[in-house]
Design a binder for this molecule. Structure first.
Ligand SMILES: [Ca+2]
Ligand SMILES: [Ca+2]
Ligand SMILES: [Ca+2]
Ligand SMILES: [Ca+2]
Length: 323
């Protein structure tokens, strides 16, 4: 049933940009992942904190809700170390600087990363009543977010911080118009500058992240953490058929730098996470970020800007001639 829902969402996002599960359908990422602070980073989370931004178009004026699936840290959906004894705090921020503060858009929970007005906050532990269930923050008036001119919309920030314990928290979000069900906000999107997520166990599943390349981007540095040598990380774009990147093993960061083609500007890249078949890697948690030549992070939109890029052979054929 869950799989069917994901498929439907995937179709909707390509057609109408109106579904906001996070992760979204095209990403095929089963869960976001944040570990509690006493976990070793070898479990797959480098900093025990994850930030997501939700973008509401100015034209949308109805109340919104931010829903969390499996907010607790217990049961079958989370990653156990010993006994479940962890706590996580989810906080929703809006107002001035919730997005435009420079600490808010970095990869690590440092400085004033909790900038803006805290609109709501709740800490979860082992509450079984929320196991595999939704918890809803809100309602929020869209204007409680931070208005950002270049998006012509309001931005909310949600941070999940590991507070205590050593277990891993799997969860998902949904930006909804309803308190007790998932109803998409038309024209909305969500994005992050660093993605910390759980891979599928099934080796045939491919997960995707879609960094948006703006027209100032000349080169990018793709960084991945604790990939556990699980197969390939490959980049596809309008001008790139499938370029393999260096991958990390256990508890380390690996970086790969490459030039951006002119044709890739103002499009999304499709970074594909392809599992190895044997021996199988289970419970693989990984962290990914992408920076440009200025060291600025590229946003990963859950609904890729310009759609999922497909390689166009005509572009590639043209390229050598243009040089
Ligand atoms: Ca534990
Ligand atoms: Ca759970
Ligand atoms: Ca959970
Ligand atoms: Ca891992």
């Amino acid at each position: 049933m869950k799989y069917v829902t994901f498929l439907i969402c995937g179709l909707l996002t390509t057609v109408g940009m109106q579904a906001q599960p996070v992760p979204a359908g095209d990403e095929n990422i089963p869960y976001l992942m944040t570990f509690a602070p006493k976990a070793g980073t070898s479990w797959g989370d480098d900093d025990f904190s994850q930030t997501f931004f939700f973008l509401i178009p100015k034209s949308f004026t109805q109340p919104i809700y931010i829903r969390v699936f499996d907010p607790d840290i217990s049961g079958t959906t989370d990653e156990l170390d010993g006994v479940f004894d962890s706590r996580m705090t989810y906080s929703v921020f809006g107002g001035k600087e919730c997005f435009t503060n420079k600490d808010a858009v970095e990869t690590s929970p440092k400085g004033n990363y909790k900038s803006g007005n805290m609109l709501a906050s709740k800490t979860f532990g082992t509450q079984v009543e929320y196991d595999n269930k939704w918890y809803t923050f809100g309602p929020f008036n869209p204007s409680e977010g931070e208005y950002v001119q270049r998006f012509d919309g309001y931005i909310f920030k949600v941070i999940c911080d590991g507070i205590a314990g050593d277990d891993g928290n799997l969860y998902r979000y949904f930006l909804s118009t309803k308190m007790d069900e998932n109803k998409a906000v038309e024209g909305a999107n969500a994005f992050a500058y660093e993605y910390s997520f759980r891979m599928h166990d099934n080796a045939t599943e491919v997960s995707h992240i879609y960094p948006y390349v703006d027209d100032r981007t000349i080169s990018v540095k793709l960084s991945n953490f604790d990939w556990d040598s699980d197969g390939f990380i490959r980049t596809v774009s309008v001008a790139r058929k499938g370029q393999l990147s260096k991958v990390s093993g256990e508890d380390n960061w690996v970086e790969d730098e490459f030039k951006i083609f002119d044709e890739e500007k103002n499009t999304s890249l499709d970074i594909q996470f392809i599992k190895r078949k044997t021996p199988p890697v289970k419970n693989n948690n990984v962290v990914v970020n992408v920076r440009n030549q200025y060291g600025e992070l590229l946003p990963f939109y859950v609904i890729p800007i310009g759609g999922v890029p497909t390689y166009k052979s005509t572009i590639a054929v043209k390229k050598p001639a243009a040089k």
